[in-house]
Each structure stands twice: as C-alpha cells, then as structure tokens.
Design a protein around this ligand. Structure first.
Ligand SMILES: [Zn+2]
Length: 163
C-alpha cells in the first residue's frame, strides 16, 4: 500500500477507535480522537522508513519490530497507540499488495501476503482500505470489550507490574 492509503487508513481508524474508547459522543470523545490520531498516523508511516534505511518490506515490516513498539508504553510509558499504526500498516500491506512483507525478519526473509490482495493502483484500493478499516475497528472494539481494556492507564499498569 502507498503512503496515501496508509494515512487514510490511520486517520479513519483513529476516529473509529476514539468512539470505541469514549462511546459517549462528547468532549471526551473529541479529546480521545485528538490524543490517538497523531500517534496512530506516525505509527502507520513508520514501517516504510525502511525504503531508505534497511530493506523495504523487511527491516521494519516484521513482528519483532511490532513487539518493540508495543513494549514502549509498558517499559518507558511513552509511544502509546503508536503500535496500532504499525499493526494496521502491516495488515494493509498484507492485504493491499500482491508482494507481501517479511513478518519474521531477521529470522527469515520470506515475504507473506494474502492470496486476495488488491494492488495499490487498483481503482478499488480506497474502497478496500475503508472496508479493512471498518473491520479493524470492529476487531478493536471486540478485543477492547471482551478481552482487555485497550485504554488502560499505562503508567498505573507499569507501576503495578514493577517496571
Ligand atoms: Zn509498508
């Protein structure tokens, strides 16, 4: 997926997640959207830094990189929600391209992709991006509602687990 697609996806996702995390439509919802939009967009742009540094679709398109970004809020109490942008970038590259990404780099350089990929140049690219975003918001809502509170006060959590 190209930069435009990643930004479109990240912006829509941030708005959707703002409503998931603050369902009442009020000032808190607006605040939440403002809080998470820039981190998610930055996260969504981050993996393609490997077009200039490292090997594109490998160096910064792997699960170890995602794990590192996800560890930041817990270990350092910063970069909250950036992982959402990185994760959605991977999903969009998996679906929105034919080539795929090296999820297990540096352990393996094999590139993974989904068989029903849609190319960036396709006239359906934006529609697919919007559909993927809607599915992501639904998945995030399900995890947030039934599995783990994704809007936790990370400072309290890291104190509780002693790091
Ligand atoms: Zn990418």
């Amino acid at each position: 997926m190209n930069k435009r697609g990643h930004v479109l996806n990240a912006l829509l996702l941030a708005v959707g997640l703002g409503f998931v995390l603050e369902p009442a439509v009020d000032v808190a919802t607006g605040r939440k959207i403002a809080q998470i939009t820039v981190p998610i967009v930055l996260g969504a742009l981050f993996p393609d830094v490997d077009t200039a540094f490292g090997k594109h679709r490998k160096t910064l398109h792997s699960l170890p990189v995602l794990a590192v970004v996800m560890a930041y809020p817990i270990v350092f109490d910063n970069l909250q929600f950036v992982w959402v942008g990185v994760l959605t970038h991977y999903l969009l590259d998996l679906i929105g391209s034919r080539r795929g990404i090296a999820l297990f780099h540096p352990l393996s350089d094999s590139e993974f992709s989904l068989p029903f990929g849609v190319t960036t140049s396709s006239k359906y690219a934006d529609l697919v991006t919007v559909i993927i975003t809607a599915l992501e918001i639904a998945a995030f809502w399900a995890v947030h509602t039934y599995v783990v509170d994704l809007d936790v006060d990370v400072a309290t959590v890291s104190q509780a687990i002693g790091i």
